[in-house]
Design a protein around this ligand. Structure first.
Ligand SMILES: [Zn+2]
Length: 521
């Protein structure tokens, strides 16, 4: 071969390689362009979240409302052409509980409307009740409670806990992460502890926190409930000092048929609590008038995860699955727009965007909308144990190997700012590349940090690359999380549009990769 020929071939090869590369990246950028215009210019995410919150919220675990919403979600996804939308039961003895009517008032020494909401799974009152108030500082030590209060609670309402501290609202109620905070997060070299974004980063392992998630810490109030019933107490009023003017009735876990149910138990506002306590400190005895009418029922058919799939287009790779998910259940005192209507709506919108673009990803994309997350990951845990093997045991099912990754959304309605890598260094360059086209949206902070307390913990336990999105906090921890103000008003449209579009782009790219997402050693 003469020199000229050699040069000619070299040039030919170079052109071939270059055109091949550009064809590939062109395909990818074309696909992302389609995802972007569908997600930004034809978005339906706000409508979905409005449906989920205004029409189909709240969705407390076990309720008919939950199941009606599940049927709506199924029908909606089938309408977009999502294949295989189906339900999987996750609990046989989780009970539904719905408020029909309630009221709490102080009627002596003067009238005061008490800002209140009943805790879930507490019993109804026997019609309207009026009784004196007593103050009980703590119920942590039951021996002490029995000694001090035995025989003294008949016909009484209990004001439970210390008076809330004064909160002058000096701090901003709604925040986005600052550049400095995100920079700090990027520099983390260990997954825990001390997440610079202020999110709990401690031990994410399910076995380690089994007791908190489904063990004795959930049952810690049972003896107290039983005692109050036996003593003939009328009701309990409690508060959370954290939220000025806000009622925060989450954290009762009597959801199983066998669990003891409390006498009517109301969360009241810190200000209502403060005034009642101050009156008692002056030896002025408030009289409390209340009623609670709530339906408590067991319908196992309500306890379903909603699963939907876009089947992969590659004959081999379609066996492999990229999963996205969000918990579908909510607490009960408002419509659950930010926890977790926003996460659910965003993940449903991801499925819609992918279908609407007509893209045909190689791997199967599966959405899972979980029930019972608020009661300790009931839905995702039941799913994982059925498909991957029991928590804490070593034997694992074949299906586990086919899951490339899982992305979860459950930190409110704030914009995505990046991803918690859960200690998995191998995914950092992968996500860096996938998020590069979205730098202008400030969604690309990657931190090695853990975050926990939602459904991705379950996937993490099985060493499936499972991730929770970093989201701007907005007013999630200060106003909406599990409160009576969890409403559509606190869902900013642009934030959820960005979330759905960027997650659709991520999921598409994960489904198109040559290999599965790299797992932790
Ligand atoms: Zn949540």
């Amino acid at each position: 071969m003469n020199l000229l020929m050699k040069v000619f071939f070299k040039v030919l090869i170079a052109v071939f390689i270059l055109s091949g590369f550009s064809a590939f990246s062109q395909t990818k950028s074309q696909a992302l362009a389609r995802i972007n215009s569908e997600g930004f210019q034809h978005s339906q995410v706000m409508q979905l979240i409005a449906d989920l919150s205004d029409v189909y919220g709240p969705r407390l675990t076990g309720t008919d409302q939950y199941f009606t919403a599940a049927e709506w979600a199924k029908k909606t996804m089938l309408g977009w052409g999502v294949d295989n939308v189906y339900f999987e039961n996750y609990c046989d003895d989780c009970m539904g509980w719905e408020v029909k009517s309630f009221n709490v008032e102080m009627v002596e020494p003067a009238y005061m409307k008490i800002q209140a909401y009943p805790y879930a799974w507490t019993e109804s009152s026997k019609g309207v009740q009026i009784g004196d108030l007593v103050w009980m500082e703590s119920h942590a030590d039951m021996e002490k409670v029995k000694k001090q209060w035995g025989g003294k609670l008949q016909g009484k309402t209990i004001l439970l806990g210390p008076a809330p501290k004064q909160n002058m609202l000096f701090e901003g109620l709604s925040t986005r992460f600052t550049e400095d905070e995100l920079e700090e997060a990027k520099k983390s070299i260990l997954p825990a502890p001390g997440n610079p974004l202020g999110i709990s980063s401690g031990n994410t392992d399910l076995v380690a926190k089994k007791d908190i998630v489904f063990g004795s810490s959930m049952r810690k109030d049972d003896a107290f409930y039983a005692f109050l019933k036996a003593e003939g107490a009328l009701s309990i009023l409690g508060t959370r000092p954290l939220f000025p003017g806000i009622v925060h009735p989450s954290g009762t876990y009597s959801f199983r048929e066998s669990h003891i149910k409390s006498v009517p138990y109301f969360a009241i506002s810190p200000e209502s609590f403060g005034k009642l306590k101050r009156l008692m400190d002056r030896s002025i005895a408030p009289k409390i008038k209340f009623h609670l009418d709530a339906a408590l029922y067991l319908k196992p058919k309500n306890n379903v995860n909603i699963i939907g799939e876009i089947t992969g287009s590659d004959p081999q790779l379609k066996e492999e699955v990229v999963m996205i998910g969000a918990h579908f259940d909510t607490w009960h005192p408002a419509s659950g727009a930010t926890d977790n209507g926003a996460g659910t709506g965003v993940m449903m919108e991801v499925m819609r965007i992918i279908k609407a673009t007509g893209l045909q990803p190689k791997r199967t994309i599966r959405i899972a909308l979980w029930g019972g997350e608020e009661q300790g990951f009931l839905g995702s845990l039941a799913y994982a144990e059925k498909h991957y093997g029991k928590v804490g045991e070593t034997s694992r099912k074949k299906e586990l190997k086919k899951i490339s990754g899982y992305i979860n959304m459950d930190n409110g309605a704030g914009q995505m700012r990046g991803l918690y890598l859960q200690g998995n260094e191998a995914v950092r360059p992968v996500f860096e590349e996938m998020l590069a086209p979205y730098k202008h949206l400030d969604v690309n902070t990657l931190t090695i940090q853990n975050t926990n307390w939602t459904d991705h913990d379950v996937f993490d336990h099985y060493k499936i690359p499972g991730f929770q999105i970093i989201q701007d906090m907005l007013n999630y921890q200060t106003v909406t999380h599990h409160t009576n103000l969890d409403a559509l008003e606190y869902v900013p449209e642009r934030d959820v549009m960005v979330n759905a579009t960027v997650i659709a782009a991520l999921v598409y790219q994960i489904a198109e990769r040559d290999a599965l997402m790299p797992r932790e050693e």
